[in-house]
Write a protein that binds this ligand. Structure first.
Ligand code: CP
Length: 304
């Protein structure tokens, strides 16, 4: 049984399969409109977002409400963090209030691990620095299984700012655990040192990334994590590295586009891709609620 959910590395195929199965039931409920239950009635979940978020924070909060749990959202900007209270003291304070789980996003890699080592309640990583975003990878996995039936045997291309992407790192782990092949393509300035040791192959050309792929994942250009400009202009980025409808024609029949969001429209995803049926970015958002419901139920509901 899971104690925390801090990263994808080390999460077994069996655990992922169990979470996916539960998420299918949650998705069914969401689509049926009968989405409220009392499975986690009496539980209190705290969300601590030290970085901005729309999708992850709101979907965790929706997931709690749909399962009958109560949510306390710490407003970090108005909290005692601003008076210098440490991360550990903040987490211990929240635990002392009777909170049953902490969902945390932080700009520092390893911050959720530090919290988990200092509290006795489950901790969920909602994204830490460049390290991991495991619930994004879980929803991406669910989206692919929902579309293709399974990911075993699929080829997934991840294109863009691999160096600064916790989404790419977590997806490489979960996709390969479930039997997919991952390839990446990026401007040389956006490939991390040691890429050859990661669970992916590096494409030489943009065409190589599309040919033979069943899914193509774009990544947001993360201006906030770049110390220097890593490409000359948005226009040049799009022409050399953008996901366009013309390039999607090189991919396998039925191939889909994924993007974790937020999207820089017309940059990572060309305008002619955004409105296509094969672009699943909005489906991913719905699936984020279903998969986070499944995860919360697993961590707080005794794994039933
Ligand atoms: N994909 C993702 O993490 O989006 P948010 O930053 O809006 O949570």
């Amino acid at each position: 049984m899971l104690q925390d959910f801090l990263k994808m590395r080390g999460v077994s195929a069996g655990t992922l399969q169990k979470l996916l199965s539960s998420a299918f039931e949650m998705k069914r409920r969401i689509l049926s409109g009968d989405k409220f239950s009392d499975e986690l009635k009496g539980k209190m979940v705290a969300t601590l977002f030290y970085e901005n978020s729309t999708r992850t924070r709101t979907s965790f909060e929706d997931a709690c409400k749909y399962l009958g749990a109560t949510v306390a959202s710490l407003d970090v900007a108005a909290s005692s963090v601003q008076k210098g209270e440490s991360l550990i003291d903040t987490a211990k304070t929240i635990e002392a209030m009777g909170t049953d789980a902490i969902v945390i996003r932080h700009s520092v890699s390893g911050a959720p691990r530090l919290v988990a080592d200092n509290v006795d309640i489950p901790v969920i990583n909602a994204g830490d620095g460049l390290h991991a975003h495991p619930t994004q990878a879980l929803l991406d996995l669910f989206t692919l299984v929902e579309r293709f039936g399974k990911v075993d045997g699929l080829t997934v291309a991840i294109i863009g700012d691999i160096k600064h992407s916790r989404v790419a790192r977590s997806n490489m782990e979960s996709l390969t655990t479930m039997g997919a092949k991952v390839k990446v393509f990026a401007p040389p300035t956006m490939l991390p040192l040691g890429i050859e040791k990661m669970k992916c192959t590096v494409c030489e050309t943009i065409e190589d990334a599309f040919v033979g792929s069943d899914a193509v994942m774009g990544l947001r250009i993360q201006l906030e994590r770049q110390q220097v400009g890593l490409f000359p202009s948005y226009g040049e980025y799009t022409s050399f590295f953008g996901i366009t409808d013309a390039r999607m024609k090189l991919a396998n029949k039925g191939a889909v586009v994924l993007h974790p969001g937020p999207v820089n429209r017309g940059v990572e995803l060309a305008y002619d891709v955004l409105d296509k049926e094969y672009c699943l970015k909005d489906v991913q958002v719905t699936n984020g609620v279903a998969t986070r419901m499944a995860l919360l139920k697993e961590l707080l509901g005794g794994g039933q």
